[in-house]
Design a protein around this ligand. Structure first.
Ligand code: ZN
Length: 261
């Protein structure tokens, strides 16, 4: 069985910043998709902010197992209708992987329900990621710790809800630490946040980072059939109650009336 992944890229700095363009001539999203396609059992395509409907039509999302998301400068340009579509796909079983500055991406904020804020510094510091959940599938094949020579610093406190699992913790040269790999479940969807990936550094060319991304796609894939009508909230009539009941008291709604939203 092949896992169908989309790597969504904001694709702004690749077009406007020479350092980023030189590191990722075809965009970070394409580099990540190429990595996933080399892994086996994953078929990855790309979508960008500039595509119609950001490349995320309902039809395409319905045939997607895992969506990876990289955004930074243009979170606000993402259509709220597309965000809602992505969130409902996750609730119905699609996996979602938020990369680096996507802690402020609209779909991630919506699903976390918290500020998702952090401290940061762009100083090319060494980052050391420690595996904090041994034998976690996302850490398969990794050493107990690995380094990225140049990265942006993200520091605690990270304003996210308590995760299901913390897979990585990062240390930075300046002394800060950060929970760099976090898992969540929202509805039937598996969510993973992975911190590294600042656009002016070659992070997505790093072999250990690539291992994490491939593992994360496999982990986030929910093989169960997608839930249909995941936001439905049906009114069950008295005569359809599982046990016979007699209606009592006064009521607000007429028969067959939609509930409030
Ligand atoms: Zn960054």
């Amino acid at each position: 069985m092949t896992i169908r992944a989309i790597v969504w890229g904001e694709n702004v700095h690749e077009q406007t910043n020479k350092v980023v363009a030189d590191l990722y001539p075809e965009g970070m999203h394409q580099t990540i998709a190429d990595t996933l396609n080399r892994a086996g059992e994953i078929t990855a395509t790309t979508a960008t902010l500039q595509d119609p409907e950001h490349g995320l039509t309902a039809e395409r999302l319905a045939e997607t197992d895992v969506l990876l998301w990289w955004g930074h400068a243009a979170h606000g340009d993402v259509s709220d209708a597309v965000v809602e579509r992505v969130v409902e796909a996750v609730w119905s079983g699609m996996g979602f992987i938020a990369l680096h500055s996507s802690h402020f991406a609209k779909p991630f904020l919506r699903m976390m329900g918290s500020a998702c804020n952090l401290t940061w510094r762009e100083a090319g510091e060494r980052e050391r990621l420690w595996v904090t959940s041994r034998n976690h599938p996302i850490a398969a094949g990794l050493p107990n710790h690995f380094e990225l020579e140049n990265e942006e610093m993200y520091g605690e406190p990270f304003g996210v809800p308590e995760p299901l699992e913390t897979v990585f913790v990062s240390w930075f040269q300046g002394g800060e630490v950060f929970r760099s790999g976090l898992t969540y479940r929202r509805g039937a969807g598996n969510i993973f946040y992975f911190r590294p990936g600042h656009e002016t550094y070659p992070t997505y060319h790093d072999a250990n980072v690539q291992t994490v991304l491939c593992n994360a796609v496999r982990w986030a894939h929910n093989p169960a059939k997608r839930i249909v009508g995941v936001t439905d909230a049906p009114n069950v009539p008295v005569d359809q109650a599982l046990e016979p009941i007699v209606e009592r008291g006064s009521r607000l709604h007429q028969d067959g009336e939609e509930g409030f939203r």
